[in-house]
Design a binder for this molecule. Sequence first.
Ligand SMILES: *[C@@H]1O[C@H](CO)[C@@H](O)[C@H](O)[C@H]1NC(C)=O
Ligand SMILES: *[C@@H]1O[C@H](CO)[C@@H](O)[C@H](O)[C@H]1NC(C)=O
Length: 380
Amino acid sequence: MSLALLASLASLAASVAATRVPAVIGTSVSQAALTLTETEMFSHTVSEEGEWAYMNHFWAAGSPAVDRAIFRYYVDGEVNASVVFSPALACGVGWGDQTAPWGNRWMGKAANSTGWFHNIPVPFYKSIRITYQMALEDAGVAKAPGAGPRGGAVEQVGSRVWAIVRGSEGLPLHLGELEVPLRAGGVRLELQRRSAQLAPLDFYSVASAPAGQSGTVFLTSLFVRGTGSVKFMEGCWRMRSPPAQAWPGTLLASGMEDYYDSAFYFDGGGFHLPDTGATHLPGPTGSRDFTFSGYRFHEVDPLVFRDGIDVQWRNGDVTDPATGLKCTLQSGGVVAGPPDLVLGPSAVSSYAWVYTWPPGGAFLRRPSTVDPFLRARRGS
Ligand SMILES: *[C@@H]1O[C@H](CO)[C@@H](O)[C@H](O)[C@H]1NC(C)=O
Ligand SMILES: *[C@@H]1O[C@H](CO)[C@@H](O)[C@H](O)[C@H]1NC(C)=O
């Protein structure tokens, strides 16, 4: 057999193998028991042809206990899952808000009660294992946080969950114009879940990655319970990359609501737009309800970093009396906002969906005129 023939047979074999990807993976469960026992819903090992895979669809419905159920994605044999969420908070909705229907390309809620979905990619190279479990407070085991960001607990006996998880092997991944370098290896999704009690003017890190790391902050969701008033909404958003970058870094937004592309303390009401959502707003004036939740995608405006990052929000903010400008001072200054409103402590929680990859991972633009699979096989 000639070398040329061998070579063409080898290339034929490669193209036959390549036709096996992309390939669909996933499953669905119907009225499965939702209990305190962590229950496996799906597991998958990446095939040789696939090289990598990512989950790209999640949906769950049932009783209110499903809103707060814990879903865990164990990536590549992790002992502790790196992606852990409850469905409502994953969709950027806090405080038990059931507003529906709404949705965008990445997430939404189409049923009157429960019925959450999101399409946020969870990449893996070896394997994935997905489980669900009832939240402790819904089983009456933990103290019911009647006022927590996940909403009031319901003691549920005989709860059921309906859920779908789906993904794909060997499919390139684009977040807007940003091509995530799956082919280069080492891409991970970190779902950073944080919470804190903030004094007035405290800074709060919503998303971070250490110096030396590359990646992109894809989505942030914030859940705030203010005290005293809505003056916490004066808080500016800032980004520093590397994290030790000198103040002020890049000012992302000159007020909390500005980050969500609204203004004037969300005086247009709540909304669920493709890139931004104010999914839960404080009650009417005089109600003493100062709860907020919202999401902000960075798909069109990716917060890419090559040397770590720190994205911060502040509980209220200050104006520099010398310039009249807000957001410019790290300390000192005059509390911003109407003088008749009190800036109090705030309880804050957040989810930040941060993709990371080893330094040197390429930032590729969408190859709009090139077959993406050919490009992936070339390893470019
Ligand atoms: C998993 O989490 C537990 C509890 O936080 C911790 O003690 C343990 O070290 C973690 N294991 C690994 C391998 O990260
Ligand atoms: C929608 O859900 C609310 C509770 O969130 C309930 O009061 C109402 O009856 C539901 N509507 C329908 C049509 O089921």
